[in-house]
Design a protein around this ligand. Structure first.
Ligand code: GCW
Length: 703
């Protein structure tokens, strides 16, 4: 039996704490949702023990050992029993794991057709009978699928679900499910709020931090299969021999968990570290340089995923320097990666105001004309909205407008604009709003999710990325509740059709408690938290009112002396006439970038949903809202409502005192206090400022 991990010091310590009878566990959030505390209810415990008596395994490979270790560790924790690992079934309640190719028992039990449907990463979990003994089968075509199946099975027990009548078949809808680390090589993390980068570049490759493996477990448990290790504001050094070896050492730890590594690369690397005088993608020397560098990477990291590129944006160089297009640049890298089956993820986050004075229109204007020009192994990576991870944005109009090109979606797990690891904001509802948006790209029924997963436009490649926010803090994310966003990202990347409630419930039971009242209280807190944040920061379609630079607090009056679009006033345009950005056909006509039915709906303030109202329209303060109030009154009401929601969250949390371990309870309590202060500040600063323009007097209570 292979039990390498559990014998680590950390594990031993953990076991001692867990098994001391009557101990209230001290928890610091390090275990994330992979908490395998003993099931306290004796009846439940004996039920699960009856259905988990032995593990039947007929194969071995690095991923398979991971699978086995994880299940052993989970059941040892949850059930307090160490499962024997046998090559054949000897008991009722056996759990049979494996792939059909390698397991003769599974070949007897499972229909090959069923496995075909599961694909390369999918799995089935079934309650079956083997020689008249009830057994559980976790089967897949590849070991990786078994890994995902095992994590789901563990989750069922953590969620106290029945495991004796299982009939589950699952496979991911999106192929590349990646975290994007905005980690710099000096250990800092851009827009990170949880300490330093977990990659200890200085000590690598000699020292392998045990966190790497825990990071891999957490990601594998939610189906994440890739990680872009470094910041999109990239440094050429990532492509030097030294860094490639360091990355290779990490890749070796991640590989048994089905996770590949990728790099963000800088377009001018051939000049910065290659001694060339140009980075022109049409220059044969440059092309050779990239090919050679890619070859060197694959020598050390044979399953390397590919490159992510931020080009000609916010100071990053791009092919435009040489009069070439995004497609020219992307295709050059694609050519170098293609023999190794690597991919290029080329970002569409560009906003050159010489192309259009409305920043929200720029990505579309630059990229749509290039549709059809990208190589087969290029994906365009686009943020969920057209501006920049604001608390709420309509979906990015590129989704649906580039039908010949696979578009990846980039979401921001790290809460740059939503409270930065200090506010409790559950982002799954935000992501769902975008993924579930109807694009009308091919008549009705074409959701953004269908474009991202490749099904709507029949793409061979598909992907989704989450900007990670993970750091060296013990709880990984700064706020215990920010872990829910990491979790939700993985689950939605696997299946965008899951609801944010389903995901929250799963996560709460794994992370906090199985007590129904506790679950209910936390569910309510999470469910309303995103709308609360939108209300106290940027209600009714307002956006980018954040303070310059750090983007944390409010600064609606901010004017950048150099760039209009780095000013808050550019976005809200408040004056004595009214407030909002006119992107209607009478304004910048950004609305025209959406398909007909949406264009029509959003072009008129009468039919534009109120959540996007000031995104698309500049309206007088006296504009009548659906509530019968004026716009100014409604704005006050929303800001106040946001603050009140935080108070409600606080009350809900306080009611859980004694039901949640003290350390995490106090941590969240303190953060909620900070969140309330911040929400009040947002409200007061914004209403004071807008009040200077609004016609009616400031009726702070929304009356
Ligand atoms: O959201 C903005 C951030 C930058 C970031 C940029 C991007 C990595 O403020 O910090 O740079 O977007 O996505 O490229």
């Amino acid at each position: 039996m292979h039990l390498s991990r559990p014998y680590s010091m950390q594990w031993l310590l953990w076991m001692v704490i867990v098994f001391l009878p009557g101990t209230v566990l001290a928890e610091d959030g390090y275990e994330l949702w992979l908490r395998y505390n003993r099931i306290p209810d004796p009846e439940l415990l004996s039920y699960y023990k009856k259905h988990a008596t032995e593990m039947v395994v007929q194969q071995s490979c690095p991923i398979f050992r991971t699978v086995q270790d994880e299940l052993l560790m989970a059941l040892q924790g949850l059930l307090g029993q160490e499962l024997p690992v046998n090559p054949s079934v000897s008991k009722k309640g056996a759990i049979i794991l494996g792939t059909l190719d390698e397991s003769p028992i599974l070949r007897r039990l499972v229909q090959p057709l069923e496995m075909e449907i599961a694909g390369d990463e999918g799995y089935i979990i079934r309650s079956l009978s083997f020689d008249n003994r009830p057994v559980t089968v976790i089967a897949a075509n590849k070991s990786k699928g078994v890994l995902y199946g095992v994590f789901r099975f563990i989750c069922l027990i953590q969620n106290r679900q029945a495991i004796d009548r299982l009939s589950i078949r699952s496979k991911p809808r999106i192929q590349r499910r990646l975290l994007n680390h905005w980690d710099n090589l000096n250990g800092s993390v851009e827009r990170g709020y949880a300490g330093k980068s977990i990659w200890n570049w200085e000590k690598l490759p000699a020292e392998i931090d045990s966190r790497y493996e825990d990071y891999a477990r957490a990601n594998a448990s939610i189906g994440i299969n890739g990680t872009v290790m470094n910041n999109v504001n990239s440094q050429a050094e990532i492509l030097t021999k030294g860094y490639i070896s360091k990355a290779a050492a990490i890749a070796n730890v991640l590989r048994p968990y089905g996770i590949r590594v990728y790099f963000s690369v800088k377009f001018t690397s051939p000049m910065e570290i290659g001694g060339l005088s140009t980075a022109d993608p049409f220059d044969p020397g440059v092309r050779r340089w990239w090919k050679e560098r890619v070859r060197q990477i694959y020598e050390q990291i044979p399953d390397f995923g590919g490159f992510l590129v931020k080009a000609y944006s916010e100071g990053q160089p791009g092919p435009q320097i040489y009069g070439r297009t995004h497609a020219d640049g992307a295709n050059m890298l694609a050519e170098a990666l293609s023999p190794f089956e690597g991919i290029v993820m080329w970002r569409s986050f560009v906003y050159d105001l010489s192309i259009d004075s409305d920043r929200a229109k720029c990505g579309y204007l630059e990229f749509v004309p290039l549709d059809g020009q990208f190589a087969a192994n290029v994906l365009i990576q686009s943020k969920n909205g057209p501006v920049d991870f604001q608390p709420r944005e309509p979906f990015n109009p590129l989704f649906g407008a580039m039908q010949k090109t696979p578009l990846m979606m980039e979401l921001q797990i790290t809460q740059e604009y939503t409270g930065q690891g200090k506010h409790l904001v559950y982002l799954a509802p935000q992501w769902k709003e975008v993924l579930d948006s109807e694009t009308f790209a091919k008549g009705s029924g074409t959701l953004v999710a269908g474009i991202v997963d490749g099904s709507a436009e029949n793409h061979a490649l598909s992907g989704i990325a989450g900007v990670s926010g993970i750091g060296t803090d013990r709880n990984w994310m700064g706020h215990h509740f920010s872990q829910a966003n990491w979790y939700a990202f993985g689950r939605l990347a696997w299946d965008p059709a899951l609801t944010s409630e389903q995901i929250a419930e799963e996560w709460i039971e794994m992370t906090w408690s199985n007590d129904p009242e506790t679950i209910d209280a936390i569910m309510k807190m999470m469910a309303g938290s995103w709308e609360a944040c939108v209300d106290y920061m940027t209600p009714l379609g307002l956006h980018h009112l954040m303070a310059a630079g750090h983007h944390y607090g409010p600064e609606p009056e901010y004017v950048n002396p150099d760039r209009a679009d780095w000013s808050s006033t550019y976005y809200h345009k408040a004056d004595s006439e009214g407030i909002g950005f006119d992107r209607s056909s009478a304004g910048t006509n950004a609305v025209n970038q959406y398909a007909g039915p949406l264009r029509k709906l959003w072009d008129s303030p009468a039919t534009c949903p109120e959540k996007y109202l000031l995104w698309f329209h500049h309206l007088p303060w006296t504009h009548q809202m659906s509530s019968g109030k004026t716009l100014w009154q409604e704005l006050q009401l929303r800001y106040n409502r946001g603050v009140e929601s935080v108070m409600t969250m606080q009350k809900a949390w306080d009611s859980l005192e004694g039901k949640i371990d003290e350390e995490r309870f106090e941590h969240v309590k303190a953060r909620l206090e900070m969140q309330l202060e911040n929400a009040q500040e947002w409200r007061d600063v914004c209403l004071d400022y807008f009040g200077r323009f609004a016609e009616s007097p400031d009726t702070r209570d929304g009356e």
